[in-house]
Ligand binder design. Structure first.
Ligand code: F0G
Length: 481
């Protein structure tokens, strides 16, 4: 929740009490240098004991509620027909308005099943923007992703409230060019993760549905961050300010044929699901569920997580639940912006995104500015963030690099985990790094996996810049920080 102080300043405030804590420690600069070197300058390969604040992702890293933990104690571990599943299906009916539910072990498993069941070689899948795993599954099935965002989506400094919108002109053109038979579905992602967590408007979705329905093309909705998208609709779209998050979610999903989500984000668990009201779509997916995930009533999830998901879905429809990350992200973004650090504006759903192209303008895309910035942020702070740029784009089928539209270092805000002083500390170190940005140079691959290379790729710093950055840090802060 955002609260206004008597001096007029607005701050995010935690609407929960902390009753269990996990110790963390700040490894000093010399240790951080050794750790990032051992990790091949890839923050995914750091050990968490070497990380002070883990802002790699908000996926599976959120604090669960007391009620979620309590629900795990009464789960039903039956292989088939478990009561936990029926409680999840009730929550899906209530929160999302869908009759048929399929649990899966996480979001990408839903993407796998959808691609398996619906995408044929030569197909195209229009969408507002890709996510890494979405694109991988569609391409592995022989399809091509077509991103139909409005041009302004790539302007990182912007006041456009809905940079996640699909361009309807582009959508109509694509349908005319490729023909309905080549388009298994249109995908909308809420909020668009790789554009900086930017939402789309309900008005845009309504129009996408109109176009899709006119051609009998299903709308598939990736709702991994649906609570945040609904929160932004409430804040930013005319006519929604007095609606509840629950009402907005139901309205959003009234335009959707197939819904899927990673439950690891706004539902604060580890798992995922697919849901629909159309029996034929459910029947097309169901046979694949036990092949890749598990029986229809557990889908690869533990029964404990299924119970906690049912609770988490209801909790994310509360205003405090839906805003738990977004309000802190807003504060984080605005503090950095005020200090002159280039960030994606307006603030989005899951993370504060730093524009690495503007931060490190001396680096070309193929020296991986976002990857270099993520490594430099770790060196300067012990904070682990994620590269979301050219390293996160795999090469094309001919082996050529695909420079990313955006080069972002993403500092995720796991829900209810970090506090204001953690954010203030990170803002300070990022501001220091920005003043010393000339010390940061690029990276080159030492070993490069063939798919989703950002996970396991190992890189090396050009011109040994990490040593110079560590020296400058130590000169300012001493050896202990
Ligand atoms: N779709 C979106 C929009 C996502 O953000 C993610 C995951 C997935 C699908 C895949 O879900 O991880 O449960 O398999 N995003 C995580 C992140 C990994 O760090 O942003 P998953």
């Amino acid at each position: 929740m955002l609260i206004r102080l008597s001096n007029g300043k607005e701050i995010p405030i935690e609407m929960h009490k902390v009753r269990i804590v996990q110790k963390t420690s700040l490894p000093p600069i010399a240790q951080r240098r050794r750790a990032i070197e051992a990790a091949g300058f890839n923050t995914f390969l750091l050990r968490s004991r070497d990380v002070f604040l883990d802002m790699l992702t908000d996926s599976g890293t959120n604090a669960m509620s007391d009620n979620q933990l309590a629900s795990m104690m009464v789960s039903d571990d039956a292989y088939a027909g478990g009561e936990s599943f029926y409680r999840l299906a009730d929550a899906v009916r209530e929160v999302f308005g869908f009759e048929y539910t399929m649990p899966v072990h996480q979001g990408r498993a839903a993407e796998h099943l959808l691609a398996k069941a619906f995408v044929k070689p030569g197909d195209v899948v229009p969408m507002n923007y890709h996510f890494t795993t979405t694109r991988a599954h569609i391409e592995l099935a022989g399809g091509t992703v077509l991103e139909l965002f409005e041009d302004e989506a790539l302007q990182t400094a912007s006041s456009n409230p809905f940079k996640g919108n699909i361009s309807l002109t582009k959508l109509r053109d694509v349908i005319a060019r490729y023909g309905v038979e080549k388009i298994p579905y249109i995908r909308m992602e809420a909020t668009t993760n790789l554009l900086g967590g930017q939402p789309f408007s309900l008005d845009n979705l309504r129009q996408v549905k109109d176009v899709a329905a006119g051609h009998n093309i299903p709308v598939v909705y990736d709702g991994s961050l649906i609570a945040e998208n609904a929160y932004f609709v409430r804040q930013r779209e005319a006519g929604y300010g007095s609606k509840s998050i629950a009402e907005i979610i139901l309205e959003i999903l009234s335009y959707v044929d197939i819904f899927y989500m990673s439950g690891r984000k706004c539902a604060n668990v580890r798992g995922g699901l697919i849901a629909t009201n159309q029996r034929a779509l459910y029947d097309a997916l169901l046979p694949w569920l036990p092949v890749y995930e598990g029986f229809a009533t557990y889908g690869g999830m533990s029964s404990k997580e299924i119970e906690a998901m049912a609770v988490g879905l209801r909790e994310m429809t509360e205003l405090d639940g839906a805003s738990a990350a977004a309000d802190f992200v807003k504060y984080f973004v605005e503090r950095l912006d005020a200090n002159g650090v280039p960030v994606v504006t307006p603030a989005g759903g899951l993370a504060c995104h730093v524009d690495a192209r503007k931060f490190l303008p001396h680096l070309p895309s193929l020296e991986y500015p976002a990857g270099a910035l993520a490594a430099a942020i770790y060196l300067a702070s012990g904070v682990r963030c994620m590269e979301r740029g050219t390293i996160s784009m795999d090469r094309d089928r001919d082996g050529h690099e695909i420079p990313s539209d955006l080069e972002l270092a993403r500092l995720a805000v796991p829900r209810r985990v970090y506090t204001m002083s953690h954010i203030e500390y990170t803002v300070d170190r990022l501001t220091w790094l920005y003043k010393n940005r000339h010390l940061v140079q690029g990276l080159k691959f030492v070993s490069e996996p063939p798919v989703l290379r950002f996970f396991f790729g190992r890189l090396a710093p050009l011109e040994g810049w990490d040593a110079r950055l560590a020296e400058a840090f130590q000169a300012e802060f001493g050896p202990d920080l």
